[in-house]
Design a protein around this ligand. Structure first.
Ligand SMILES: *[C@@H]1O[C@H](CO)[C@@H](O)[C@H](O)[C@H]1NC(C)=O
Ligand SMILES: *[C@@H]1O[C@H](CO)[C@@H](O)[C@H](O)[C@H]1NC(C)=O
Ligand SMILES: *[C@@H]1O[C@H](CO)[C@@H](O)[C@H](O)[C@H]1NC(C)=O
Ligand SMILES: *[C@@H]1O[C@H](CO)[C@@H](O)[C@H](O)[C@H]1NC(C)=O
Ligand SMILES: *[C@@H]1O[C@H](CO)[C@@H](O)[C@H](O)[C@H]1NC(C)=O
Ligand SMILES: *[C@@H]1O[C@H](CO)[C@@H](O)[C@H](O)[C@H]1NC(C)=O
Ligand SMILES: *[C@@H]1O[C@H](CO)[C@@H](O)[C@H](O)[C@H]1NC(C)=O
Ligand SMILES: *[C@@H]1O[C@H](CO)[C@@H](O)[C@H](O)[C@H]1NC(C)=O
Ligand SMILES: *[C@@H]1O[C@H](CO)[C@@H](O)[C@H](O)[C@H]1NC(C)=O
Ligand SMILES: *[C@@H]1O[C@H](CO)[C@@H](O)[C@H](O)[C@H]1NC(C)=O
Ligand SMILES: *[C@@H]1O[C@H](CO)[C@@H](O)[C@H](O)[C@H]1NC(C)=O
Ligand SMILES: *[C@@H]1O[C@H](CO)[C@@H](O)[C@H](O)[C@H]1NC(C)=O
Length: 826
């Protein structure tokens, strides 16, 4: 969390200060260009040495979390193109100086979290990032050879065994243009010799993981040396240990350190008495960006925090408080004139437990452009406190984040935002919002994030047609239609990740849309027609969906330009049919989906199957198999018709199972495990019925939220349950229940004529509908399950012939298996 935060902070900083400093906080893998074949992840493999036989064009190698105590001279021979090497957590004690002679173009080396006893000696002219932190060397003496690391931009050093920093330790780095150093292992040093850091002339960023207490002269010496380097950004982690009683003024030097612009204090206990002293230094300094991350705040002064000054303002442009642990369980007193910070452009106050925003703040920060109050306990009236009267409301505010709070009323927020005349983006993710009324949003608002609120399909009606970027990730959306999208003519970015959308309808049009995120939904395939209305699309993130690896995905896999898909191919995994489950979509066999081939394959499969069926027919159970085939073909053909109607409907369950409690044994032990075990969701009569509701209401609810209704027919069922359904159908005559959605399983033979005369409906249904008979033979049962599952699968728009052929070929092994006693050669 802290690193992400730091990364965000960096990005913001670089925008704010218009600096072009490289992004220092990535892990370095982007410094190397490599393909998947040129990359190997050998982490967590219990390796005891670098494996031999690695490809000679290897560029990226990760061997972390193994047990490789020594990197011998020849360990990396043959890897002349290696660019990225990560070997953390390997128990590495020794690195031979010549090992890297074999890898002259290495740019990133991460050997942190090992047991290196000395800082290894090597020469790698192209090295950019070197991580040697969390090792056990007892001195920070840098080897002479490091003066050759001309391209080094980031160096990480840290060892709990190194207790002192000597003035000559960094000599070899003197003539390098090293801009960024992460230094220390979080311990208290015994000695710091003045002049050490001053050697790093080009240093711009320093992260210091070291503790100082009692005697702050050492800390002051460090600050004075840092002052000599021209460092602009200083980050201090655990700088004062929790049990330290800070006396005096350790930050006094800050006042005259003219080059420091950004100061971050992380993981530190801050007393209000110290805060007063600290801020006085800051007030006189030139620091523009101040951050406190994960601080524990303790009021040790009787009146809380008091800051009395004359009218001179801070130079601060950006203030961040991220994570405040209150030592006292009470609201801290903070008496300071906000006028002092009237130049503030960025304010983040996060993870603080705040539930009411001070009235004054809203009017008093005229320059504020970004306000981030995420992760607090604000409610609607905690932010817009009714008792406040404002002279102006954030006249320059562009970005407001109220994410991770307790806001509830979208209506209220839409009304209130009209006061913010320049607001461009609003983040309301992770709240408890309700769609409680439509109110027009301010015209200037272009970006709205409503992610992680339970809003549902209706949410589009509550949005503004001016929006260019809408985030509706994880909002409980199940369908998306053209009516939803058509008002948003300027929409360029739409995020619908982590919903339950099953299809992208073919009719959708959003000509301005540039990026669309629909990953982690319930989409089984994406057709050409579905994307044809997105004429400007450049980014489509659609991974982590339950893809069907059949010819439905053929176009997507073979014809779609993959540069659209940032997450291809790793996040695209087949989920059905079962034989493909877990395989990568990119490995789909392409050829068998070409139309002419399909027809040929289908025909030949049918011929073969007919042959087999004929033989089986001869042998014994032919009638049964033929019936199954017939069932199958009818199901598929009807699934085809139904799929069109389905596009705008969504279901909670694949099937509603209705049965008599006499047959509960079979349902519980056979049906439910077979279906739920393979990912079908079932609404079970009795189990999922809401107690207290009238049975017909329960039935209606279950039928309406299920794609199919399965009747387990037996004498008992007919006697005890069916009358409910006659009633149900009678009531729903007007709605016209789709007969296609009914599936009948005959547990025992029930001659139609034996049915009671009053059950007219059942008699006619059984005459018209195909039904599945439960076979006693175990091998036939496999086919029974396959047929049932195929009936319950949501339909799609594929060709009937192709589907039938595929289904049959799925079934072929089962049938041949059943027919294996036959003396036939195929
Ligand atoms: C080196 O690896 C460790 C452990 O995974 C990681 O925490 C650290 O950030 C990496 N260093 C760099 C520079 O990416
Ligand atoms: C480096 O970061 C990228 C993206 O953030 C990630 O995909 C990659 O796995 C990371 N590599 C290592 C070695 O941590
Ligand atoms: C590594 O060893 C551990 C314990 O000996 C074992 O549980 C684990 O499966 C092994 N991992 C591999 C990748 O062999
Ligand atoms: C340093 O990097 C630059 C490109 O960033 C490259 O041109 C130069 O050759 C590198 N220097 C060395 C010593 O490899
Ligand atoms: C750095 O460069 C100066 C002159 O440019 C030279 O006198 C000095 O010896 C160099 N220092 C190191 C450690 O190479
Ligand atoms: C903060 O004040 C408490 C007394 O309230 C003291 O025990 C503690 O040492 C002080 N800590 C710091 C970091 O100043
Ligand atoms: C902190 O140290 C000062 C000076 O040594 C002392 O006066 C004060 O009582 C100490 N405070 C605590 C809480 O120990
Ligand atoms: C920091 O450096 C400036 C000159 O660059 C100097 O005027 C100032 O006194 C220095 N401050 C400290 C604390 O060394
Ligand atoms: C927050 O800081 C405290 C020390 O004040 C430290 O013990 C804790 O681990 C830190 N938490 C995180 C998440 O870094
Ligand atoms: C706040 O500070 C001002 C002077 O800056 C003082 O007059 C006032 O009494 C203080 N208020 C509280 C509640 O301490
Ligand atoms: C501070 O206030 C006084 C009067 O209260 C005024 O004369 C002076 O100009 C102000 N100084 C600044 C820097 O605003
Ligand atoms: C895919 O799109 C990219 C950028 O939009 C383009 O450069 C590339 O030529 C396209 N590839 C194909 C095969 O059309």
């Amino acid at each position: 969390v802290l690193t992400t935060w730091w990364l965000n902070f960096e990005l913001k900083l670089s925008c704010l200060l218009q600096k072009t400093l490289a992004n220092y906080y990535e892990n370095g893998s982007n410094r190397c260009v490599y393909t998947r074949q040129q990359m190997q992840d050998r982490s967590y493999q219990n390796l005891t040495e670098v494996p031999s036989g690695l490809p000679s064009d290897l560029k990226y190698l990760d061997m972390s979390h193994n047990s490789i105590p020594k990197l011998g001279e020849a360990a990396l021979s043959g890897l002349a193109q290696l660019c990225f090497l990560k070997m953390t957590h390997c128990g590495l004690e020794e690195i031979s100086p010549s090992v890297f002679n074999h890898t002259p173009v290495l740019k990133v080396l991460n050997v942190s979290h090992n047991y290196l006893k000395v800082i290894p000696d090597f020469s790698l002219k192209q090295l950019i990032i070197l991580d040697l932190a969390h090792n056990l060397y007892d001195s920070y003496q840098i080897p002479e050879s490091y003066q050759d690391l001309q391209n080094l931009t980031r160096l990480y050093l840290g060892s709990t065994a190194a207790l002192s920093v000597n003035s000559n330790d960094f000599n070899p780095l003197t003539n390098l243009s090293l801009p960024h150093l992460e230094f220390g292992a979080g311990i208290q040093w015994q000695k710091y010799e003045t002049g050490a850091f001053a050697k790093l002339k080009s240093l711009q960023k320093l992260s210091l993981h070291a503790s100082f207490c009692d005697d702050f002269r050492m800390f002051d010496a460090v600050l004075r040396d840092v002052n000599k380097t021209g460092t602009t950004s200083l980050r201090l982690i655990t700088v004062f240990p929790d049990n330290c009683n800070i006396t005096g003024n350790p930050f006094k030097s800050l006042r005259t350190m003219t080059s420091i612009q950004s100061l971050t204090i992380e993981n530190t206990w801050i007393n209000s008495s110290f805060m007063e002293v600290f801020l006085k230094n800051l007030w006189l300094s030139s620091v523009t960006d101040l951050s406190f991350v994960n601080m524990t705040y303790n009021e040790d002064t009787p009146d809380g925090f008091q800051f009395r000054t004359i009218n001179h303002t801070f130079s601060l442009r950006s203030v961040t408080f991220d994570g405040i642990n209150h030592y006292q369980y009470k609201y801290p007193t903070f008496n300071m004139s906000f006028d002092l910070i009237s130049n503030l452009e960025y304010l983040k106050f996060s993870g603080s437990g705040m539930n009411i925003l001070p009235c004054k703040l809203i009017s008093v920060l005229p320059s504020l452009e970004t306000l981030d109050l995420s992760d607090n306990l604000l409610i609607d009236t905690g932010f817009w406190w009714p008792g406040c009267s404002y002279t102006s409301v954030f006249p320059k505010l562009k970005h407001l984040s109220l994410s991770k709070n307790r806001f509830q009323s979208l209506l209220f927020i839409a009304q209130q935002t009209h006061q913010m005349k320049t607001l461009k983006s609003l983040d309301l993710s992770f709240n408890s919002l309700k769609l409680d009324g439509v109110h027009p949003w301010p015209e200037q608002l272009k970006e709205l994030n409503l992610g992680n609120n339970n809003l549902g399909n209706g949410v589009f009606k509550y949005l503004s047609s001016n929006f260019e970027r809408i985030d509706l990730s994880k909002t409980g959306i199940t369908t998306i239609t053209q009516d939803d999208l058509s008002p948003f003519t300027r929409l360029t970015d739409l995020y619908l990740s982590s919903n339950q959308i099953q299809v992208i309808p073919a009719s959708l049009k959003a000509p301005a849309l540039v990026s669309l995120y629909i990953d982690q939904n319930a989409i089984t395939s994406i057709s050409k027609e579905a994307l044809s209305g997105f004429t400007s699309l450049q980014i489509l993130k659609a991974g982590n969906n339950p893809f069907t690896c059949s010819c439905d995905s053929f176009w997507f896999v073979t014809h779609l330009n993959k540069s659209l898909l940032p997450d291809w191919p790793l996040q695209y995994i087949c989920s059905t049919p079962p034989s493909y489950a877990g395989l990568s979509l990119s490995g789909l066999n392409e050829l068998s989906c070409e139309t002419w081939l399909q027809a040929t394959v289908a025909l030949s499969v049918i011929v073969v199957i007919s042959g087999i069926t004929g033989l089986v027919f001869y042998k014994c159970d032919g009638v049964w198999y033929t019936k199954m085939l017939w069932v199958w073909i009818r199901v598929k053909r009807r699934g085809q018709k139904r799929s069109h109607m389905l596009q705008n409907v969504s279901f909670t369950y694949h099937a509603f199972i209705s049965y008599s409690h006499h047959d509960a044994d079979w349902v519980d032990n056979q049906l439910v495990p077979s279906l739920e075990g393979t990912g079908f969701s079932l609404c079970i009569h009795e189990r999922d019925f809401v107690p207290g509701d009238w049975i017909i209401d329960n039935i209606i609810n279950c039928v309406e939220s299920s794609y199919k209704t399965v009747f387990v027919l037996s004498e008992h069922f007919v006697q005890s349950e069916w009358c409910n359904y006659e009633l149900f159908f009678a009531q729903h005559r007007a709605i016209s229940v789709q007969q296609d959605s009914l599936v009948f399983i005959l547990l025992e033979p029930i001659p139609t004529n034996s049915l009671p005369k009053k059950f007219l409906r059942l008699r006619s249904l059984l005459r018209q509908q195909t039904y599945l008979e439960w076979p006693k033979d175990e091998r036939k049962q496999q086919i029974f399950w396959a047929s049932l599952k195929s009936m319950l699968q949501m339909g799609n728009k594929s060709m009937v012939l192709k589907d039938v052929a595929l289904a049959i070929s799925d079934m072929a092994p089962l049938i041949t298996n059943s027919a294996e006693e036959l003396p036939v050669e195929l």
